[in-house]
Write a protein that binds this ligand. Structure first.
Ligand code: SAH
Length: 364
């Protein structure tokens, strides 16, 4: 069934308030409202962001008598791991989370020799209806709250520390959902992720990637926030005719508008933009499309762009498949020949259905 484009999330209640929803002023206010001294706000943030503890019973610097009250007001259990699957010799781990209202979504933790990346969701489901994407086929359930986004990060960081004695280094908003369609909450989550301890996890903004189908006005707005996060634009086709079908939002903002917005982003932030290109056999992998892609990117972005070719991870029931390796190599060769940096993304987690939304689509 063909999905419709949906920009506004259905009006469903968000989960109860959590410490991770609040900025410094909000935390101070919440703590005061509980009748606690103001310095407790900093303590709670320290426990949460610094020590990755979300259960007040384990916060030893908090008087035992107030732990229950703090737990109820600021640390509701937002996420429960409903299912976990691993592959790549345990170095890729996918978690299906269940929220308080039963909604499910996923995150994927990937260990590499020099970095540890978590791929997180910004919405349960997605309204962008891209036909090759498992999440796009299921439609949009609801936006995630800021704390539901942040909790995915905390869980990943805690797993790395507790099981591997290692640290989380990179965050990519490439799980379920269109981050820029849940703008305010994603922005707040990015602030919690990047602010130095005790206000946040202190992960450098350049190690955070926000991936979008190309909501041009929201890209410009994000540029104006001057956060310095990496922008990834899911292009998947250099021409409007094909992109209108692969990324339906192209009917609203054309390739040229998405690229102009990306250029604005690069200019404002000084950061190179990543262009994502899921290579689909006989659909978008023709040599002439590689040439056109390079030409348009050079013209729009000059050196401020890098193409990530992603071999398509076929979704169940779809006719589409990844391009054969020779076609992929030729595609990359031509993009590079056109003067644009281009690499093939490694494909972690294929056998655990880690591509965008595939685990949730299996029904948990
Ligand atoms: N909505 C955002 C972020 C989520 S998807 C976006 O579209 O950018 C992250 C990336 O995975 C996007 O580039 C998306 O197009 C790509 N993707 C989705 N399904 C895929 C599949 N089956 N195979 C390969 N890449 C896929």
């Amino acid at each position: 069934m063909k999905q419709e484009l949906v920009f506004e999330a259905p009006r469903r209640a968000l989960p109860p308030r959590h410490l991770a929803d609040l900025d410094e002023a909000g935390r101070a206010e919440a703590v005061t409202a509980l009748g606690l001294p103001a310095f407790r706000a900093k303590q709670l943030a320290n426990q949460y962001y610094g020590r990755l503890i979300a259960d007040p019973q384990l916060m030893t610097d908090l008087p035992a008598a107030v732990r229950g009250q703090v737990a109820e007001a600021l640390f509701p259990t937002l996420l429960t791991a409903a299912r976990e699957v691993t592959c790549d010799a345990g170095e890729t781990r996918k978690t299906l989370w269940r929220a308080v209202d039963g909604t499910t979504f996923e995150s994927v933790l990937m260990r590499y020799p020099k970095r540890n990346t978590v791929c997180i969701s910004s919405q349960a489901g997605c309204g962008m209806a891209c036909p090759f994407c498992a999440t796009g086929q299921g439609g949009l359930t609801r936006n995630l709250s800021t704390a539901e986004i942040v909790e995915q990060v905390r869980a990943a960081a805690a797993t790395l520390r507790d099981e591997w004695g290692d640290r989380l280094s990179n965050i990519v908003f490439m799980g379920m959902g269109e981050p820029l369609a849940n703008y305010a909450r994603v922005l707040a989550a990015v602030r919690r992720i990047t602010e130095p301890s005790p206000d946040g996890f202190g992960i450098s903004a350049r190690s955070v990637t926000v991936s979008t189908v190309g909501l041009a006005p929201a890209i410009r707005k994000l540029a104006d926030e001057r956060l310095g996060v990496t922008l990834a634009l899911s292009l998947h086709a250099p021409d409007d005719e094909l992109r209108d079908t692969l990324v339906p939002v192209n009917n609203r903002w054309k390739v040229s508008e998405a690229l102009d917005a990306a250029r604005y982003y690069a200019d404002q932030t000084g950061r190179r933009v990543s262009v994502e290109y899921a290579l689909i056999r006989d659909v978008n992998d023709q040599p002439w499309r590689a040439d056109l892609l390079a030409k348009r990117l050079r013209r729009a972005l000059g050196p401020l762009v890098h193409v990530n070719v992603i071999p398509l991870n076929p979704t169940p029931g779809s006719d589409w498949d990844a391009s054969p390796k020779p076609a992929e190599r030729e595609f990359v060769r031509r993009v590079r020949g056109g003067g644009v940096a281009c690499t093939v993304r490694d494909t972690r987690g294929r056998e655990i259905a880690a591509a965008c939304g595939q685990l949730a689509a299996e029904g948990g």
